[in-house]
Ligand binder design. Structure first.
Ligand code: DX5
Ligand code: ZN
Length: 214
């Protein structure tokens, strides 16, 4: 069963509590929280106090996507706030295995994120232990960008590696997901779909969530 993860980057920040409640009523499965530091990506989003406020309002699980250098920095804080999943970019640290284990040691699911240019083979030795792989289908940093089709092969490749070795990691996709690209990604093997601008700009969120589930 495909899960839908609204990216709160596209929510109304002046009415975050209402958007959270409405998206939950619309059938969203997990909230996706984009943390940007202005260093790893050329944008700054929001930080710990906002994550804490979201955690207090939300009743579905939270997935934190770290677009930061030194991704191991605030893992205890996220765990303390009740975050369920934390992903970080393999390009952001020389010690991805250590960061993965750190996240898992706090009882959270650990995800490794691949930028559009990063091949699945670069994380081959993390795949037996990782909980999910997030395939970026845009360059990270901004919502509302166009889906990069060449990333679909990467989803397929990861799905193939998963089947071949019997691994149980999930595949998440993020960037440019709409009714058309959602189906392409799930067919290729993705089970977790992040959607920001498409979902939040839809007139009927319940229908939009259902349509993405296919
Ligand atoms: C981009 C973020 C995404 C973003 C997706 O750096 O990681 O989560 O919010 O937004 P859309 O769905 O608009 O591409
Ligand atoms: Zn994201």
């Amino acid at each position: 069963m495909v899960k839908i993860l609204p990216s709160l980057l596209a929510a109304d920040f002046t009415a975050l509590g209402e958007d959270i409640r409405e998206m939950e009523t619309a059938g969203a499965d997990i909230f996706h929280l984009d943390i940007m530091d202005g260093r790893f990506v050329p944008n700054i989003s929001y930080g710990l106090p906002v994550v804490e406020a979201i955690a207090e309002k939300a009743s579905i699980p939270l997935d934190v996507h770290l677009m930061t250098q030194e991704p191991g920095q605030f893992i205890p804080e996220f765990s303390g706030m009740g975050v369920d999943m934390v992903s970080f970019h393999v390009e952001a640290t020389p010690h991805p295995h250590r960061v993965m284990q750190l996240i898992q040691s706090y009882g959270m699911k650990a995800g490794i994120v691949l930028n559009p240019h990063t091949p699945p083979d670069s994380i081959r030795y993390l795949l037996p232990e990782v909980d999910y792989v997030l395939v970026m289908t845009v360059n990270p940093g901004f919502g509302g960008q166009e889906f990069i089709s060449s990333c679909v092969d990467k989803i397929r490749e990861l799905d193939g590696m998963r089947k071949k070795h019997g691994y149980d990691f999930e595949i998440e996709v993020d960037g440019g997901i709409n009714d058309e690209t959602a189906g392409i990604c799930t067919e290729a093997g993705a089970g977790l779909l992040v959607s920001g601008s498409h979902l939040f700009s839809s007139p009927d969120w319940r229908k939009a969530v259902a349509a993405l589930k296919g």
